[in-house]
Design a protein around this ligand. Structure first.
Ligand code: FAD
Ligand code: NAG
Ligand code: NAG
Ligand code: NAG
Ligand code: NAG
Ligand code: NAG
Length: 546
């Protein structure tokens, strides 16, 4: 008995030793891996400060008091809070600072994210699941210079759409505009490199379609313009998204608009015939005079009796007067019953305030230069997108409406019509392929109350996925296309290694169709080591093997 006990004691002791050894090994492993990344991040810091003389004020480390407000400053989706954070933030004030940051990051093998306006739907500009990283925040690189004689502008990446719109209105007057997104706080860097669509899309195409030159820092830390980067890379950065280099600025062509445009918003609930109107809209919106843009915004609502319904708002910009618009509507879309009193004439810049909700929020043009989080509907969200090639039937819409009345889910669906200029540009002219034959873009956005806390986030994400699956029969197929600027990580993520192109092809074809392969070819040429990367960046077609 005693012997047995001793034996088992000894056995117990041995296992205690083994457990201890195991714990020590883990501790050493953890310590060394964390200190590895800490030392390389420290070497990176010394490289910037000592070797390249970057002013210390441009670097914000995690222990600084201003770290969290600087990081939060342009986070537009509070769902992303609490994901991994950068070890430090570099805020360059000149082009050469960007070069130095890349040179040092490459030398010390530091992963880097770049942020312009911070509107990435999945937060890829300031969070990473690919290990420790630093954030290069371009918000100080936001100068805008407008040349009224050539009707062009050089805009730095860190400027916002609102700053550009404001500068155009101040310097070029009421006849000049720029076709891009409706939300003024969106950054130029992410928006133009991913496409960019708004109320002028039918008249002039995407924001990326207006780009005539650009300056970027490539993976070797060199500054290039259109001429020195070559047409392949210049093609890729006009819609091909992240990670071909860090774009410093774009040169864009501005467009001509009349001194007054006309806007209207006409809302109809299901009882007021919304189903028939939306069904009809699909057949006319893409074929209208290209000066006329009518989008539809669908939200859940309650009618007078307090029962659930859907509200469809026909939200329009017309590049002309009321007097021209009314007969056009009378011929093409009389069912809407648009009246003169529904329409308002205003300058184009006012229409920017109108579409962004700034006008109804009592804001004037000076608000366009406000940065950071100014969205009155700021709340956690998940979004997805589709393109529609065949009109959905009335029966189809009736089925879709059921999703709008689900408890605790706030769904916004936006239908942006194409046609016009979009039909004239071939699928391969830029990386954005959803042109000819797409009637409209569909965006689904599910929002919830920030006060719910993060526990319920999974429930909303699941609901959004189910709704998206339900929509499959109504939208484009093979591939089921999506808009890159409405980034959706459910479509797929990159994997490291030799098969990364094939893995990426799954999500890549959905954003870029056949252009995806050409994007990967360009990437092989300009960044074969995949230095610039994220969870959904175009990988090199031929992996360098590093
Ligand atoms: C409230 C809201 C409204 C929106 N409205 C519209 C709309 O009307 N129309 C539309 O088309 N889209 C719209 N979007 C989507 C928007 O176009 C994209 O999210 C766009 O990528 C945002 O650009 P950013 O610079 O603000 O984002 P960021 O989050 O800073 O960047 C987005 C991506 O681009 C990369 N990137 C940023 N800057 C650079 C650079 N200088 N060089 C290289 N890569 C860079 C980032 O690393 C990241 O991968 C909206 C988004 C939000 C949140
Ligand atoms: C930044 O956002 C996080 C997450 O909501 C919050 O905990 C933190 O207090 C914010 N920091 C500042 C300075 O606003
Ligand atoms: C533009 O519309 C406003 C408001 O209706 C009007 O006062 C102004 O005269 C119009 N300007 C032009 C050039 O038509
Ligand atoms: C615009 O709004 C700001 C802030 O609300 C105000 O200070 C300014 O005077 C306004 N400008 C004009 C031209 O109305
Ligand atoms: C658009 O599609 C039509 C019909 O398929 C075709 O005739 C036309 O050439 C296409 N235009 C472009 C620019 O691809
Ligand atoms: C979401 O769906 C997944 C897979 O169907 C399931 O495992 C998970 O529990 C769901 N999460 C929530 C919060 O409902």
């Amino acid at each position: 008995m005693k012997k047995k006990n001793e034996e088992s004691d000894q056995f117990g002791l041995v296992s205690v030793y083994l457990v201890l050894l195991f714990l020590i090994a883990i501790a050493i492993f953890l310590f060394s891996s964390s200190s590895n990344s800490t030392t390389s991040h420290q070497s990176f810091l010394r490289c910037l400060l000592d070797d390249h003389h970057i002013p210390p004020s441009m670097i914000t480390t995690r222990d600084s008091n201003s770290f969290s407000s600087l990081l939060n400053f342009s986070i537009q989706n509070p769902r992303i809070y609490g994901n991994t954070y950068p070890t430090l933030i570099v805020s360059p004030t000149s082009e050469s600072h960007v070069q130095h940051a890349i040179t040092c990051a490459k030398k010390h093998r530091i992963h880097m994210r770049v942020r312009s306006g911070g509107h990435d739907y999945e937060g890829l500009s300031y969070t990473s699941t690919l290990g420790p990283f630093i954030l290069l925040d371009l918000f100080n690189l936001r100068s805008i210079s407008i040349d009224v004689t050539s009707n062009t502008a050089w805009v730095q990446s860190g400027a916002t759409l609102g700053e550009l719109y404001h500068a155009i209105s101040e310097k070029a007057g009421p006849n000049v505009a720029f076709p891009a997104g409706v939300c003024p706080t969106v950054g130029i860097g992410g928006h133009l490199s991913g496409g960019g669509l708004g109320t002028l899309v039918r008249a002039f195409g995407l924001a990326a379609d207006q780009v005539v030159d650009a300056r970027l820092v490539n993976a070797n830390g060199e500054i290039q313009n259109r001429k020195s980067m070559g047409e392949g890379l210049f093609w890729a950065i006009r819609g091909g998204g992240c990670c071909f280099g860090i774009i410093l600025s774009f040169k864009v062509t501005l467009v001509q608009v009349p001194p007054n445009v006309t806007v209207f918003s006409a809302s109809r609930t299901l009882n007021q015939g919304a189903t028939k109107l939306v069904t009809k809209w699909q057949n006319v919106a893409h074929e209208l005079d290209r000066r006329l843009f009518i989008r539809v915004v669908l939200v859940p609502d309650e009618d007078e009796e307090g029962s659930k319904t859907v509200k469809a708002t026909f939200n329009s910009l017309f590049l002309g007067s009321k007097a021209e618009l009314l007969p056009l509507m009378g011929v093409s879309f009389p069912e809407l019953g648009l009246r003169e009193e529904d329409c308002t004439e205003m300058s184009w810049i006012k229409s920017v305030l109108y579409f962004s909700g700034y006008l109804s929020g009592g804001k004037n043009e000076s608000a366009l230069t406000e940065r950071g989080v100014v969205d009155p509907f700021f709340a956690p969200f998940k979004a997805k997108s589709d393109f529609v090639k065949e009109p959905v039937s009335e029966q189809g819409w009736d089925n879709i409406w059921k999703w709008f009345s689900e408890e605790n889910e706030f769904l916004i669906v936006i239908l942006d019509p194409f046609g016009g200029r979009m039909d004239e540009i071939s699928e391969s002219e830029t990386p954005f392929p959803h042109r000819n034959g797409s009637l409209y873009n569909l965006q689904y956005m599910v929002k919830w109350d920030v006060a719910e806390g993060s526990e319920l986030t999974g429930k909303h994400l699941n609901w959004t996925k189910r709704f998206y699956e339900f929509m499959a029969p109504y939208v484009s197929k093979n591939p089921r296309a999506a808009y890159y600027n409405y980034r959706d990580l459910d479509l797929g993520r990159n994997e490291e290694g030799a098969n990364s192109y094939l893995t990426a092809n799954v999500w890549g074809r959905r954003y870029f169709k056949d252009n995806f392969r050409r994007l990967a070819e360009v990437k092989s040429e300009v960044d074969p080591d995949n230095f610039f990367r994220n969870e959904q960046s175009v990988p090199p077609l031929f992996h360098s093997g590093k």
